[in-house]
Write a protein that binds this ligand. Sequence first.
Ligand SMILES: Nc1ncnc2c1ncn2[C@@H]1O[C@H](COP(=O)(O)O)[C@@H](O)[C@H]1O
Length: 194
Amino acid sequence: MSSHAGSVAVFCGSRMGNNPVYHRTAQIAGEFLAQNSVRLIYGGGANGLMGVVADAAIRAGGAVTGVIPDFLKTREKMHERVSELIVTSSMHERKQIMFTRADAFWVLPGGFGTFDEMVEILTWKQLGRHDKPIVLVNVAQWGNAVLAMLDEAVSQGFASANARAMIQVVPDVASALACSAPERRESTYPVDTL
Ligand SMILES: Nc1ncnc2c1ncn2[C@@H]1O[C@H](COP(=O)(O)O)[C@@H](O)[C@H]1O
């Protein structure tokens, strides 16, 4: 497994979305990580696509770390069957733990929370706080609008083309794994230096 990440943080929806392909993609992501001995790090809920990824990874015998803030335990239905469950006192702590533990980040279909997580991890990379792969799985073109927003920021002179290139876009999960080899591990920084 040396050519792949040892752990991948998956950002995705706490809802299922309207297209059945999103459910299938989340399932494939969980299975794929497990089959490739890559630990899944995720938000710790059993709801929506987040729950689907975790369930699929668990069923396939994979290692799963869920990281959930105490205030979301009920709302996002804390997953009881993950291999490791971390309950944090805040969203900030959740993000810090997910960031520190992941070797790469996958963005699967999701809503505002997913966008927040994606943009934050991208801006941390832009600021030189890490050099871990960030991969958006653009199944069914779900991410076109958010990608257009990034492109527009470059067109309008508010972001560099280099920063835009810090997020890779792939059509499916298999391609995401191929993009997730660790880059320069030593260049990861603790979030509290941000
Ligand atoms: N502001 C947020 N920062 C980090 N994570 C967040 C935030 N708001 C929601 N989230 C989490 O993201 C996932 C997915 O949310 P969706 O809105 O369904 O995409 C969920 O665990 C939220 O707690």
